[in-house]
Design a protein around this ligand. Structure first.
Ligand SMILES: *Cc1c(COP(=O)(O)O)cnc(C)c1O
Length: 369
Protein backbone atom coordinates (compact mmCIF):
# COMPACT_ATOMS: atom_id res chain seq x y z
CA UNK A 1 0.00 0.00 0.00
CA UNK A 2 1.37 3.42 -0.93
CA UNK A 3 1.03 5.72 2.08
CA UNK A 4 0.04 9.07 0.58
CA UNK A 5 -1.45 10.77 3.66
CA UNK A 6 -0.05 14.16 4.73
CA UNK A 7 1.25 12.63 7.93
CA UNK A 8 2.22 10.01 8.77
CA UNK A 9 4.54 9.82 5.77
CA UNK A 10 6.64 6.81 4.67
CA UNK A 11 9.91 6.28 6.55
CA UNK A 12 12.84 5.72 4.15
CA UNK A 13 14.53 2.31 4.36
CA UNK A 14 17.93 3.73 5.39
CA UNK A 15 16.23 5.46 8.31
CA UNK A 16 14.35 2.33 9.41
CA UNK A 17 17.61 0.42 9.34
CA UNK A 18 19.41 3.05 11.41
CA UNK A 19 16.63 2.84 14.01
CA UNK A 20 16.82 -0.97 14.14
CA UNK A 21 20.18 -0.92 15.95
CA UNK A 22 20.38 -1.75 19.67
CA UNK A 23 18.99 0.85 22.07
CA UNK A 24 21.75 2.94 23.57
CA UNK A 25 21.73 4.80 26.88
CA UNK A 26 20.98 8.50 26.53
CA UNK A 27 23.60 9.64 29.06
CA UNK A 28 26.61 8.38 27.13
CA UNK A 29 29.25 9.96 24.90
CA UNK A 30 27.99 7.71 22.05
CA UNK A 31 24.50 9.14 22.18
CA UNK A 32 25.71 12.68 22.80
CA UNK A 33 27.73 12.48 19.59
CA UNK A 34 24.64 11.44 17.64
CA UNK A 35 22.62 14.16 19.35
CA UNK A 36 25.25 16.75 18.44
CA UNK A 37 25.13 15.73 14.77
CA UNK A 38 21.33 15.78 14.69
CA UNK A 39 21.32 19.19 16.37
CA UNK A 40 23.83 20.59 13.89
CA UNK A 41 21.79 19.27 10.96
CA UNK A 42 18.66 20.84 12.46
CA UNK A 43 20.35 24.26 12.62
CA UNK A 44 21.19 23.84 8.95
CA UNK A 45 17.59 22.87 8.09
CA UNK A 46 15.70 25.36 10.27
CA UNK A 47 18.08 28.34 9.97
CA UNK A 48 17.00 29.60 13.40
CA UNK A 49 19.27 30.97 16.16
CA UNK A 50 18.47 28.16 18.60
CA UNK A 51 16.88 24.74 18.32
CA UNK A 52 15.45 22.21 20.78
CA UNK A 53 14.12 18.68 20.34
CA UNK A 54 11.23 17.44 22.47
CA UNK A 55 10.02 13.91 23.13
CA UNK A 56 6.43 14.62 22.10
CA UNK A 57 4.22 14.87 19.06
CA UNK A 58 3.78 18.18 17.26
CA UNK A 59 1.06 19.32 19.63
CA UNK A 60 3.60 19.25 22.48
CA UNK A 61 5.73 21.72 20.53
CA UNK A 62 2.64 23.91 19.97
CA UNK A 63 1.93 23.86 23.70
CA UNK A 64 5.56 24.53 24.68
CA UNK A 65 5.76 27.49 22.30
CA UNK A 66 2.54 29.04 23.60
CA UNK A 67 3.26 28.56 27.31
CA UNK A 68 6.87 29.78 27.05
CA UNK A 69 6.32 32.69 24.65
CA UNK A 70 2.90 34.10 25.51
CA UNK A 71 2.48 35.91 28.82
CA UNK A 72 -0.87 37.63 28.34
CA UNK A 73 -2.93 37.30 25.15
CA UNK A 74 -2.45 34.99 22.17
CA UNK A 75 -3.75 35.87 18.73
CA UNK A 76 -4.37 32.60 16.90
CA UNK A 77 -5.21 32.31 13.23
CA UNK A 78 -7.92 29.69 12.78
CA UNK A 79 -8.31 28.48 9.20
CA UNK A 80 -8.52 24.86 10.21
CA UNK A 81 -8.17 22.27 12.97
CA UNK A 82 -4.57 23.09 13.80
CA UNK A 83 -5.03 26.85 14.00
CA UNK A 84 -8.02 26.28 16.24
CA UNK A 85 -5.83 24.08 18.47
CA UNK A 86 -3.54 27.01 19.35
CA UNK A 87 -6.55 28.83 20.82
CA UNK A 88 -7.54 25.77 22.84
CA UNK A 89 -3.99 25.46 24.20
CA UNK A 90 -4.03 29.11 25.32
CA UNK A 91 -7.39 28.61 27.04
CA UNK A 92 -6.25 25.41 28.73
CA UNK A 93 -3.41 27.38 30.31
CA UNK A 94 -5.55 30.30 31.43
CA UNK A 95 -4.14 32.69 28.83
CA UNK A 96 -6.42 35.11 27.02
CA UNK A 97 -6.90 34.51 23.34
CA UNK A 98 -8.18 36.43 20.37
CA UNK A 99 -9.02 34.39 17.30
CA UNK A 100 -9.05 35.41 13.65
CA UNK A 101 -11.26 32.93 11.86
CA UNK A 102 -11.21 32.12 8.13
CA UNK A 103 -12.71 29.49 5.87
CA UNK A 104 -10.43 26.43 5.64
CA UNK A 105 -9.60 27.37 2.04
CA UNK A 106 -8.75 31.00 2.80
CA UNK A 107 -5.34 32.42 3.76
CA UNK A 108 -5.03 34.98 6.57
CA UNK A 109 -4.54 38.61 5.57
CA UNK A 110 -1.86 40.96 6.85
CA UNK A 111 -4.38 43.78 7.35
CA UNK A 112 -6.66 41.63 9.53
CA UNK A 113 -3.73 40.72 11.78
CA UNK A 114 -2.63 44.35 12.10
CA UNK A 115 -6.21 45.41 12.89
CA UNK A 116 -6.48 42.73 15.58
CA UNK A 117 -3.22 43.95 17.11
CA UNK A 118 -4.53 47.53 17.16
CA UNK A 119 -7.76 46.50 18.82
CA UNK A 120 -6.06 44.27 21.37
CA UNK A 121 -2.87 45.88 22.65
CA UNK A 122 -2.43 43.03 25.16
CA UNK A 123 -1.61 40.55 22.41
CA UNK A 124 2.00 39.51 22.98
CA UNK A 125 2.20 36.44 20.72
CA UNK A 126 0.68 35.33 17.41
CA UNK A 127 0.31 31.68 16.45
CA UNK A 128 -0.23 30.61 12.86
CA UNK A 129 0.31 27.57 10.65
CA UNK A 130 2.69 27.96 7.72
CA UNK A 131 0.88 25.09 6.05
CA UNK A 132 -2.57 24.46 7.63
CA UNK A 133 -2.96 20.75 7.06
CA UNK A 134 -6.74 20.70 7.58
CA UNK A 135 -7.30 22.10 4.08
CA UNK A 136 -3.78 22.10 2.63
CA UNK A 137 -3.58 25.88 2.84
CA UNK A 138 -0.45 28.08 2.77
CA UNK A 139 -0.71 31.17 4.97
CA UNK A 140 1.45 34.21 4.04
CA UNK A 141 3.32 33.81 7.33
CA UNK A 142 6.49 35.63 6.31
CA UNK A 143 4.54 38.73 5.17
CA UNK A 144 2.42 38.71 8.34
CA UNK A 145 5.50 38.29 10.53
CA UNK A 146 7.34 41.15 8.79
CA UNK A 147 4.34 43.51 9.14
CA UNK A 148 3.77 42.58 12.80
CA UNK A 149 7.43 43.15 13.69
CA UNK A 150 7.31 46.56 12.07
CA UNK A 151 4.25 47.56 14.10
CA UNK A 152 5.02 45.68 17.33
CA UNK A 153 8.56 44.24 17.51
CA UNK A 154 7.85 42.78 20.96
CA UNK A 155 5.10 40.44 19.69
CA UNK A 156 6.32 36.86 19.34
CA UNK A 157 5.57 35.02 16.09
CA UNK A 158 4.92 31.30 16.58
CA UNK A 159 4.91 29.56 13.20
CA UNK A 160 3.71 25.96 13.05
CA UNK A 161 5.85 24.46 10.30
CA UNK A 162 4.92 20.86 11.03
CA UNK A 163 3.92 20.37 7.39
CA UNK A 164 6.34 23.01 6.02
CA UNK A 165 9.81 22.53 7.53
CA UNK A 166 11.72 20.27 5.14
CA UNK A 167 9.10 20.83 2.43
CA UNK A 168 9.71 24.39 1.30
CA UNK A 169 11.93 27.42 1.87
CA UNK A 170 10.77 29.42 4.86
CA UNK A 171 12.07 32.92 5.53
CA UNK A 172 12.65 32.84 9.30
CA UNK A 173 13.84 36.46 9.57
CA UNK A 174 10.79 37.56 11.57
CA UNK A 175 9.75 34.21 13.05
CA UNK A 176 10.44 33.59 16.75
CA UNK A 177 9.40 29.95 17.06
CA UNK A 178 9.36 27.50 14.15
CA UNK A 179 7.76 24.13 14.91
CA UNK A 180 8.41 20.78 13.25
CA UNK A 181 7.18 17.25 13.95
CA UNK A 182 8.70 13.88 13.19
CA UNK A 183 5.90 12.02 11.40
CA UNK A 184 5.17 14.65 8.75
CA UNK A 185 7.87 16.24 6.60
CA UNK A 186 10.68 14.68 8.62
CA UNK A 187 9.67 11.16 7.47
CA UNK A 188 10.03 9.56 10.90
CA UNK A 189 7.66 7.65 13.17
CA UNK A 190 5.65 9.90 15.52
CA UNK A 191 7.05 11.07 18.86
CA UNK A 192 9.67 13.74 18.25
CA UNK A 193 9.04 17.48 17.91
CA UNK A 194 11.45 20.31 17.16
CA UNK A 195 11.28 24.02 17.95
CA UNK A 196 13.60 26.52 16.27
CA UNK A 197 13.89 29.80 18.22
CA UNK A 198 15.07 33.35 17.56
CA UNK A 199 17.43 35.18 19.96
CA UNK A 200 14.46 37.35 20.96
CA UNK A 201 12.45 34.24 21.80
CA UNK A 202 15.24 32.81 23.93
CA UNK A 203 15.39 36.13 25.76
CA UNK A 204 11.64 36.22 26.38
CA UNK A 205 11.64 32.60 27.57
CA UNK A 206 13.93 33.70 30.39
CA UNK A 207 13.56 31.14 33.18
CA UNK A 208 10.91 29.32 31.15
CA UNK A 209 7.42 28.15 32.05
CA UNK A 210 6.06 24.81 33.20
CA UNK A 211 8.03 21.69 34.00
CA UNK A 212 8.30 19.05 31.25
CA UNK A 213 7.95 21.66 28.52
CA UNK A 214 10.10 24.31 30.21
CA UNK A 215 12.12 25.52 27.23
CA UNK A 216 14.77 27.27 29.36
CA UNK A 217 15.69 23.92 30.91
CA UNK A 218 15.85 22.27 27.48
CA UNK A 219 17.89 25.04 25.87
CA UNK A 220 20.48 24.82 28.66
CA UNK A 221 20.79 21.03 28.43
CA UNK A 222 20.66 20.78 24.65
CA UNK A 223 23.42 23.34 24.21
CA UNK A 224 25.51 20.70 26.00
CA UNK A 225 24.20 17.98 23.64
CA UNK A 226 21.97 16.29 26.16
CA UNK A 227 18.29 16.57 27.14
CA UNK A 228 16.51 17.51 30.36
CA UNK A 229 14.54 14.23 30.44
CA UNK A 230 15.20 10.91 28.71
CA UNK A 231 15.79 11.66 25.04
CA UNK A 232 13.69 9.89 22.39
CA UNK A 233 16.94 8.12 21.48
CA UNK A 234 15.67 5.97 18.61
CA UNK A 235 13.93 8.91 16.97
CA UNK A 236 17.00 11.14 17.35
CA UNK A 237 19.04 8.39 15.66
CA UNK A 238 16.39 8.34 12.92
CA UNK A 239 16.47 12.13 12.66
CA UNK A 240 20.22 12.14 12.16
CA UNK A 241 19.82 9.47 9.47
CA UNK A 242 16.99 11.24 7.64
CA UNK A 243 18.71 14.62 7.69
CA UNK A 244 21.89 13.11 6.26
CA UNK A 245 19.76 11.36 3.61
CA UNK A 246 18.21 14.75 2.72
CA UNK A 247 21.65 16.33 2.72
CA UNK A 248 22.98 13.76 0.25
CA UNK A 249 20.32 14.91 -2.24
CA UNK A 250 20.66 18.54 -1.13
CA UNK A 251 17.83 20.25 0.71
CA UNK A 252 17.44 22.92 -1.97
CA UNK A 253 16.89 20.26 -4.62
CA UNK A 254 14.37 18.54 -2.33
CA UNK A 255 12.42 21.82 -2.06
CA UNK A 256 12.48 22.28 -5.83
CA UNK A 257 11.46 18.73 -6.57
CA UNK A 258 8.64 18.83 -4.00
CA UNK A 259 7.30 22.05 -5.51
CA UNK A 260 7.47 20.57 -9.01
CA UNK A 261 5.81 17.32 -7.93
CA UNK A 262 2.99 19.30 -6.29
CA UNK A 263 2.52 21.58 -9.29
CA UNK A 264 2.46 18.60 -11.67
CA UNK A 265 -0.06 16.79 -9.46
CA UNK A 266 -2.40 19.78 -9.24
CA UNK A 267 -2.22 20.40 -13.00
CA UNK A 268 -2.86 16.70 -13.72
CA UNK A 269 -5.92 16.58 -11.47
CA UNK A 270 -7.31 19.87 -12.76
CA UNK A 271 -6.86 18.58 -16.31
CA UNK A 272 -9.29 15.74 -15.51
CA UNK A 273 -11.87 18.17 -14.14
CA UNK A 274 -11.07 18.12 -10.43
CA UNK A 275 -10.99 21.22 -8.26
CA UNK A 276 -8.16 22.36 -5.96
CA UNK A 277 -9.69 23.29 -2.60
CA UNK A 278 -7.40 25.94 -1.03
CA UNK A 279 -7.03 29.37 -2.64
CA UNK A 280 -3.31 29.25 -1.88
CA UNK A 281 -2.19 25.59 -1.88
CA UNK A 282 0.70 24.61 0.37
CA UNK A 283 3.48 22.59 -1.29
CA UNK A 284 3.04 19.89 1.37
CA UNK A 285 -0.14 18.39 -0.06
CA UNK A 286 -2.80 18.62 -2.76
CA UNK A 287 -6.37 18.95 -1.48
CA UNK A 288 -9.29 18.24 -3.79
CA UNK A 289 -12.87 19.08 -2.86
CA UNK A 290 -15.30 16.76 -4.57
CA UNK A 291 -18.79 15.37 -3.99
CA UNK A 292 -17.39 11.85 -4.55
CA UNK A 293 -14.38 12.34 -2.27
CA UNK A 294 -15.22 9.27 -0.17
CA UNK A 295 -15.89 7.02 -3.17
CA UNK A 296 -12.62 8.13 -4.79
CA UNK A 297 -10.69 7.42 -1.57
CA UNK A 298 -12.26 3.97 -1.25
CA UNK A 299 -11.45 3.08 -4.88
CA UNK A 300 -7.88 4.34 -4.49
CA UNK A 301 -7.40 2.13 -1.46
CA UNK A 302 -9.18 -1.02 -2.64
CA UNK A 303 -8.31 -1.04 -6.33
CA UNK A 304 -5.01 0.81 -6.55
CA UNK A 305 -3.27 0.32 -3.18
CA UNK A 306 -3.12 4.05 -2.51
CA UNK A 307 -3.96 5.50 0.90
CA UNK A 308 -4.89 9.20 0.80
CA UNK A 309 -6.44 11.25 3.63
CA UNK A 310 -9.99 12.57 3.88
CA UNK A 311 -11.23 15.68 5.67
CA UNK A 312 -12.29 16.46 9.23
CA UNK A 313 -15.27 18.25 10.76
CA UNK A 314 -17.39 20.03 8.12
CA UNK A 315 -15.05 18.75 5.38
CA UNK A 316 -15.56 15.09 6.29
CA UNK A 317 -16.45 13.26 3.06
CA UNK A 318 -15.99 16.49 1.08
CA UNK A 319 -12.24 16.53 0.38
CA UNK A 320 -9.28 14.25 -0.09
CA UNK A 321 -5.66 15.16 0.58
CA UNK A 322 -2.61 13.74 -1.21
CA UNK A 323 0.76 14.03 0.47
CA UNK A 324 3.83 15.64 -1.15
CA UNK A 325 6.10 15.64 1.91
CA UNK A 326 9.22 13.55 2.04
CA UNK A 327 11.44 11.74 -0.43
CA UNK A 328 8.70 10.62 -2.79
CA UNK A 329 9.46 8.85 -6.02
CA UNK A 330 7.97 10.48 -9.12
CA UNK A 331 6.77 7.06 -10.34
CA UNK A 332 4.70 6.71 -7.17
CA UNK A 333 3.14 10.13 -7.70
CA UNK A 334 2.46 9.34 -11.37
CA UNK A 335 0.69 6.15 -10.28
CA UNK A 336 -1.52 8.14 -7.87
CA UNK A 337 -2.76 10.69 -10.45
CA UNK A 338 -3.33 7.83 -12.91
CA UNK A 339 -5.32 5.92 -10.27
CA UNK A 340 -7.51 8.97 -9.62
CA UNK A 341 -8.24 9.21 -13.34
CA UNK A 342 -9.22 5.51 -13.56
CA UNK A 343 -11.37 5.94 -10.42
CA UNK A 344 -13.29 8.77 -12.12
CA UNK A 345 -13.95 6.45 -15.07
CA UNK A 346 -15.14 3.70 -12.73
CA UNK A 347 -17.51 6.17 -11.07
CA UNK A 348 -18.91 7.00 -14.50
CA UNK A 349 -17.72 10.57 -14.24
CA UNK A 350 -15.27 10.77 -17.11
CA UNK A 351 -14.02 8.41 -19.82
CA UNK A 352 -10.40 7.46 -19.23
CA UNK A 353 -7.95 8.83 -21.80
CA UNK A 354 -4.65 9.04 -19.89
CA UNK A 355 -4.71 12.81 -19.49
CA UNK A 356 -3.64 12.87 -15.83
CA UNK A 357 -0.46 10.85 -16.35
CA UNK A 358 0.36 12.78 -19.51
CA UNK A 359 0.03 16.18 -17.84
CA UNK A 360 1.93 15.00 -14.76
CA UNK A 361 4.86 13.82 -16.86
CA UNK A 362 4.90 16.92 -19.06
CA UNK A 363 5.16 19.21 -16.06
CA UNK A 364 7.30 17.10 -13.76
CA UNK A 365 9.85 16.28 -16.45
CA UNK A 366 9.57 19.64 -18.20
CA UNK A 367 8.66 18.07 -21.56
CA UNK A 368 7.82 20.59 -24.21
CA UNK A 369 4.46 19.95 -25.85
C1 LIG B 1 -0.11 17.09 12.42
C2 LIG B 1 -0.07 18.53 12.71
C3 LIG B 1 0.00 19.02 14.03
C4 LIG B 1 -0.12 18.17 15.24
O1 LIG B 1 0.84 17.25 15.38
P1 LIG B 1 0.64 15.90 16.25
O2 LIG B 1 1.93 15.25 15.95
O3 LIG B 1 -0.55 15.17 15.71
O4 LIG B 1 0.48 16.30 17.66
C5 LIG B 1 0.11 20.38 14.20
N1 LIG B 1 0.10 21.23 13.17
C6 LIG B 1 0.02 20.80 11.90
C7 LIG B 1 0.03 21.81 10.81
C8 LIG B 1 -0.06 19.44 11.63
O5 LIG B 1 -0.16 19.03 10.36
Amino acid sequence: MLLFTPGPTPVPESVRKAMAEETIHHRTPEFEAIFARARKALFHLMKTDEVVMLASTGTGAMEAAVTNLCRDTLLNINAGKFGERFGKIAQAHGLRNVELKYGWDTPAEVEDVLDALQENPRIDAIAIQISESAGGLRHPVEAIAAAVKEARPDVMIIADGITAVGVERIDVTHIDALLAGSQKALMLPPGLAVIGLSHAAVEKIGAGKGYYFNLATEIKKQRANTTAWTAATTLVIGLEAVLSEIDSQGVESLYDETARRGAATRAALEAIGLHIYPKTPAPSMTTIDDENANEIRTLLKNEFDVNVAGGQDHLKGKIFRINHMGLIKPYEMAWVVNAVEVALDQLGRRTYDGTAGKVFNEIFFGLSV
